[in-house]
Design a protein around this ligand. Structure first.
Ligand SMILES: Cc1cc2nc3c(=O)[nH]c(=O)nc-3n(C[C@H](O)[C@H](O)[C@H](O)COP(=O)(O)O)c2cc1C
Ligand SMILES: Nc1ncnc2c1ncn2[C@@H]1O[C@H](COP(=O)(O)OP(=O)(O)O)[C@@H](O)[C@H]1O
Length: 312
């Protein structure tokens, strides 16, 4: 798969294109993108996923430091590449770009730069400043600029209409158990291991404190989770806390993300880990003493190991 950041220096011959933010690349997005790849192959076209970085909500938000996304650029690339796509365009969304009408976007970018021949629409995609979504209008552009058009319906999973905002709400409320059915894999966060207060090793529960790679990533609700840790090509079981660690009675508590890896004893400061969230097990609690915290951590370990073993 070729990744394109600058359309100026690029020309794609005869493209089948789908356009969207694709945050999370969830199973609905995967259904759409797989369909695009199939259509492109049948029609002898290149498949092109046209997406944005920065995201539209970063450009329009009053406070861009507070936006939260489901997938970093690297995660998006990995998932979209696995679907057999030929080209992935990361278009720099801006206010200028947002001021283009649907027709200008289609003509100036999709037709002129990418030689659009086939446009696949997601169920709710709207184009341009004028927010055009009507098939009849887009078909008229198709006749004018020489491309065909098709729209797919919204994918349902169990009782859900799949959407990035449904997944976001679930993660924000700590409901991570069914993520595999929505995202196709566990919700994951990657980051490097940084120094903490070095209390973990004293209480025999060393914890790798994680500095998340992409500060825009949505962090699940505060609490304790059963997790899988990917490190150095191996998947370990473990447990993780997100929170302010009230037991430590810090003057200025800050939120930390820290993972205790089961059956593991290595110095991994500075190393990169991927954390898969499997299930939330409890709220964060303020204990009267570190001894009480340790008793609870032993109970958590038993609960998480049982849960993770059942998941296998
Ligand atoms: C699975 C797990 C659960 C935790 N639960 C709590 C908790 O409920 N309350 C709390 O104050 N700290 C909790 N902690 C955080 C510990 O206080 C912290 O790991 C310990 O103080 C070590 O900190 P350090 O890495 O800075 O040395 C938890 C940590 C883990 C790994
Ligand atoms: N089982 C384990 N789980 C997590 N980290 C471990 C483990 N064993 C050793 N370590 C190492 O110990 C460090 C954590 O020890 P800890 O005393 O909690 O220090 P810190 O407060 O700096 O996180 C980790 O960053 C890692 O390098």
């Amino acid at each position: 798969m070729e990744i394109i950041y600058h359309l100026e220096s690029f020309e794609i011959p005869n493209a089948a294109i789908t356009v969207g933010t694709f945050d999370g690349v969830h199973l609905g997005h995967q259904y759409l993108i797989s369909h695009l790849v199939q259509e492109a192959r049948t029609r002898g076209l290149c498949s092109v996923v046209f997406t944005f970085d920065p995201y539209p909500q970063e450009v329009f938000s009053k406070d861009p430091s507070h936006i939260s996304i489901l997938s970093s650029q690297n995660e998006k690339i990995r998932k979209i590449e696995s679907l057999g796509v030929d080209y992935l365009v990361f278009f720099p969304f801006s206010r200028d770009f947002a001021s283009l009408t649907a027709e200008m976007f289609i003509e100036n970018i999709l037709v002129e730069k990418l030689s659009l021949r086939f446009l696949l629409l997601g169920y709710d995609h709207k184009f341009g400043k004028d927010q055009v979504s009507e098939v009849a209008v887009l078909e008229r552009y198709g006749d004018q600029y020489g491309f065909q058009l098709s729209r797919l319906g919204q994918k349902r999973v169990s009782d859900y209409n799949l959407s990035s905002s449904l997944i976001r709400k679930k993660i924000e409320s700590g409901d991570l158990l069914h993520m595999k059915e929505l995202l196709g894999e566990y919700y994951a966060v990657s980051g490097s291991v940084v120094y903490g207060k070095q209390i973990g090793r004293q209480i025999k529960f060393p914890t790798a404190n994680i500095a998340v790679d992409d500060p825009r990533k949505l962090i699940p609700k505060v609490g304790v989770y059963a997790i899988l840790i990917h490190y150095n090509g191996i998947v370990y079981k473990g447990m993780l806390n997100i929170g302010i660690r009230p037991t430590l009675n810090e003057q200025k508590p800050t939120c930390s993300i820290e993972a205790h890896i089961f059956d593991f004893n290595q110095d991994i400061y500075g190393k990169n880990l991927q954390i898969d969230f499997v299930q939330r097990v409890r709220d964060e609690i303020r204990f009267d003493s570190l001894d009480d915290l340790v008793l609870q951590l032993n109970r958590d370990k038993t609960a998480c190991l049982e849960l993770l073993t059942h998941m296998e």
